[in-house]
Write a protein that binds this ligand. Structure first.
Ligand code: ATP
Ligand code: MG
Length: 451
């Protein structure tokens, strides 16, 4: 990218409508409106990025991004429902109800956020950086990450413009960085996480030279702002391919830079610990496939459970009660984790509670057990218990007992907990409360992610 010669490029290969499969029927009506209105006003207008890639693959794009030579103020003048965001590089957001079409003006080569080679390039060419903020499509293409993400769909004649060989790479399901891979990863280490994500989501192969670099450069992820890493976490783990993302991150040596306490606890993996994580990840994917809600707090809690339990055990040996030890351990490990990922408090607080509450499952008698089962956090804590039990990290009979207890009518629950006799403080735990029929295992595998 900092190689100047790359910015001097021949014309794009133009793939005409007759030679690709992108149909307007598969493009959001609102994106089409934006594209046509820009075109009718005399501007260039392209669909760009992931949407073009996904359409070529026959996938349904998550969102539709537009690139144009119109400046943000020009875009705003064309659309009433438009807001400009960003300071240095302004983007236009055109809103249609819940859908937002992001319209970006072509970027020049002089305005990368992090001081990279581009400023020098612009100094050499003698152009002022402020003049370089916006550029032409020929410049815009080189700041993009992968060739598959650098295709432009032209609304003027429905052709696809390919400057980088991205069309062939999409066909071959190949992830190839534009420019020199090491330079591009150093410029923005998040591109390594994006490589893992696209490999997982699209089942693309990361080009050999590029994949081999990642383990060596993975440590650069440590310098990425924690807020940006949380955003990447959501895209990696809450969009239906969490298990594949996890495997890519492990393979590429990136996981330990996102989840240091979990990676320490896992060690080389391949055992029950790894199975515990993989079960939870597969379960999250299954929920998303079924259109059921997920919350990041559950998966984050699963990632942290192992290290929290280890720390709590050590604290217990120093004389703390189980509940105290778990509370302190959960607070410590959460603090360490949130230095890396800026987990919003609306997730980290319930997550810590869910971890702390694991000690409450041993108390199977009395009013506190009843209060527990009726509490707001019970369901998530219980789902974690079930997951633990499935991989031998908790007593399966205990998990079963709580599963069955939940299904009893209130009267019988009180009876089971020893609360139906005056002055009774419960009775000895029997394995499995009485209940007609077989236990509903389905309930036990339904992890609570509803938030
Ligand atoms: P998704 O399907 O996840 O939305 P996407 O490719 O559209 O995938 P976005 O994060 O929406 O990814 O970014 C849109 C486009 O912006 C990308 O296709 C790519 O061209 C460019 N881009 C995004 N992030 C980077 C980055 N870190 N470095 C270079 N280019 C990037
Ligand atoms: Mg996108």
């Amino acid at each position: 990218m900092s190689d100047v010669s790359q910015s001097i490029q021949p014309a794009p290969q133009v793939i005409p409508r007759s030679e690709h499969n992108i149909s307007r029927a598969d493009i959001s009506k609102n994106a089409l409106k934006v594209l046509y209105r820009l075109k009718d006003a005399g501007y260039q207008a392209f669909l760009v990025g992931g949407s073009v890639r996904d359409l070529l693959l026959g996938r349904h794009p998550k969102d539709f991004d537009v690139a144009t030579d119109a400046h943000p103020e020009d875009v705003r003048a064309l659309f009433g429902n438009c807001r400009l965001i960003g300071r240095r590089f302004r983007l236009a957001h055109v809103r249609f109800g819940r859908e937002i079409i992001e319209v970006a003006t072509f970027r020049g080569l002089g305005q990368e956020e992090q001081g990279s080679g581009h400023r020098e390039i612009s100094a050499e060419t003698g152009r002022l950086i402020s003049d370089n903020v916006y550029g032409s499509i020929e410049e815009d293409v080189w700041r993009r990450d992968f060739t598959a993400n650098s295709l432009y769909y032209n609304i003027a004649d429905y052709s696809v413009w390919d400057f980088t060989g991205g069309g062939a790479d999409v066909q071959a399901r190949r992830l190839r960085l534009i420019g020199d891979p090491e330079t591009r990863f150093r410029e923005d280490p998040v591109r390594m996480l994006r490589a893992a994500r696209f490999a997982a989501k699209l089942e693309f192969a990361i080009e050999d030279g590029c994949a081999a670099l990642v383990p060596r450069l993975a440590h650069l992820v440590d310098g990425v702002p924690a807020a940006r890493l949380f955003e990447e976490f959501l895209k990696l783990f809450q969009t239906g391919h969490a298990l594949a993302s996890y495997r890519q991150l492990r393979r590429l040596g990136l996981f330990e830079h996102l989840f240091p306490p979990t990676a320490r606890w896992l060690g080389p993996g391949g055992d029950a610990r790894e199975r515990f994580l993989e079960e939870a990840l597969a379960n999250t994917d299954a929920r998303i496939a079924e259109d059921r809600p997920v919350t990041p707090m559950f998966l984050l809690g699963v990632f942290l459970w192992g290290p929290v339990a280890d720390r709590a055990e050590a604290l217990g040996r120093d004389g703390m009660t189980d509940f105290q030890a778990l509370a302190v351990a959960a607070a410590d490990i959460t603090r360490e984790q949130t230095e890396r990922l800026a987990v919003p408090r609306r997730y980290s607080i319930p997550m810590r509670e869910m971890l702390q509450l694991q000690s409450r499952f041993d108390k199977t008698r009395g009013a506190r057990a009843l209060a527990f089962i009726e509490s707001k956090r019970f369901r998530a804590a219980y789902d974690l218990l079930v997951l633990r039990a499935r991989v031998g990290n908790a007593d399966p009979e205990l998990a079963h007992w709580w599963t069955t207890l939940q299904q009893l009518p209130p009267e019988q629950q009180r009876h089971e907990l020893g609360l139906d006799r005056p002055g009774a403080q419960g009775r000895r735990r029997r394995r499995g409360p009485r209940r007609g029929g077989a236990p509903r295992e389905a309930a036990a595998t339904d992890q609570h992610q509803g938030g």
